[in-house]
Design a protein around this ligand. Structure first.
Ligand SMILES: Nc1ncnc2c1ncn2[C@@H]1O[C@H](COP(=O)(O)OP(=O)(O)O)[C@@H](O)[C@H]1O
Ligand SMILES: [Mg+2]
Length: 369
């Protein structure tokens, strides 16, 4: 049982500021995912929590205890790395038992804990093997097992699934979540993969260049990104982000972008009044574009736009279209039975009630609605 609190944490390596003024509270038993592109400061943050890296400024509390000066072994934390970091000359059993032996846990107790953990992970049959006799997935389980046997208050995971192939990754995601549910510990999980973040996190923390961009539940981030970076990072295929301008004509707001214009729903006018005449970024997710007539409820009364199809990608459950609308290229996810070929024209409905507007990058990229 543990909560973890980061208070104005900064980490500098000479000239590089790896983590900037990070404030974050992680609750007891929560599964929090730190996500962001390579180099944004995820590993450094995790290493500071583990005590493997000194803190330049700020305070870290574990269970309301200041741990800045506490060595790693006294923090009751276990870390799982991407590069399994198993001891090659030791059998699986000894790899898992190592940390307990160091802590002088009685032999009988060690055996019991390793056995039980091996059962949870389905690796009972591998205990006598050496790491080189294991597949990547099996090694990852052993690394996980080594952390679990220690019965820590907080698990730190640093991209633990990055070395696994796609199918196995999906399976391990589910298993790690299950283990979290049964052990009821606090987990801080680092990944650069937004799908992992969306599927695993109770809450997600998105970082960029050492700064937290947004913290929230997966769907909150998905539906209400606070800025262009979050909007573009979360979601696959990514949100369409197109430069646009808003103008008023016959007392209605219109959206104009690269060679076409479209009236906006009156419900949006109020929030957009201050943005009239400004250069903005229009954001719409691919699933909020549909074929005219395909979805009666959505497309009724809504103005259609003519699009030229560039590429068609059947994904099974749906098709992903790359189209030109005016001078801009966009991605749309349409129902799988849509009959369409490259170079054809198609009439599309943009579900503008679901659209986002952002200030442009030079102005900080914050969301307006
Ligand atoms: N030991 C180090 N010495 C100097 N710079 C470092 C060190 N570790 C990390 N950095 C720098 O700090 C930044 C954040 O790195 P890191 O936390 O590893 O990012 P991430 O895990 O998100 O990919 C990067 O610019 C990286 O080059
Ligand atoms: Mg890293």
């Amino acid at each position: 049982m543990a909560n973890v609190r980061l208070k104005r944490i900064t980490k500098k390596f000479d000239q590089t500021v790896a983590v900037r003024n990070v404030n974050l509270e992680i609750f007891d038993q929560e599964f929090v995912v730190l996500v962001g592109p390579s180099g944004c400061g995820k590993t450094t943050t995790l290493r500071m929590i583990a005590g493997l890296e000194t803190i330049s400024e700020g305070e870290i509390y574990i269970n309301d205890r200041l741990v800045n000066q506490l060595p790693p072994r006294d923090r009751n934390i276990a870390m799982v790395f991407q590069s399994y970091a198993l001891y090659p000359h030791m059998k699986v059993f000894d790899n898992m038992a190592f940390g307990l032996k160091m802590r002088k846990v009685p032999k009988k107790e060690i055996k019991k804990r390793v056995q039980k953990t091996a059962e949870i992970l389905g690796i009972e049959d591998l205990l006598e093997r050496k790491p080189k006799q294991l597949s990547g997935g099996q090694k990852q389980r052993v690394a996980l097992g080594r952390a679990i046997v220690r019965d820590p208050e907080v698990f730190l995971f640093d991209e633990p699934l990055s070395n696994l192939d796609a199918k196995f990754r999906a399976q391990m995601r589910t298993e790690i979540k299950k283990i979290h549910d049964s052990l009821k510990t606090t987990v801080i999980y680092v990944t650069h993969d937004q799908v992992e973040a969306m599927t695993m996190g109770d809450r997600i923390v998105i970082m960029k260049e050492g700064l937290i961009q947004q913290v929230g539940r997966p769907l909150v981030l998905y539906n209400t990104p606070v800025n262009l970076f979050v909007a573009g990072f979360i979601g696959s295929p990514a949100m369409n982000l197109i430069p646009c301008r808003l103008f008023e004509e016959s007392s209605r707001f219109h959206l104009g972008m690269g060679g076409f214009q479209i009236p906006l729903p009156d419900s949006m006018a109020h929030d957009l009044t201050s943005a009239k005449g400004k250069d903005l970024i229009f954001g719409i997710r691919p699933e909020h574009i549909c074929e005219k007539g395909a979805d009666y409820h959505h497309s009724l009364d809504k103005p259609a736009v003519r699009a030229e199809v560039n590429a068609v990608e059947p994904l099974g459950r749906e098709i992903s279209l790359n189209v030109n609308i005016g001078e801009n290229s966009m991605t749309a996810l349409l129902s799988a039975d849509t009959e369409v070929r490259p170079h054809q024209n198609i009439d599309l409905i943009l579900n503008l009630e679901k659209a986002h507007f952002f200030r442009n990058v030079e102005e900080g990229g914050e969301a307006i609605i």
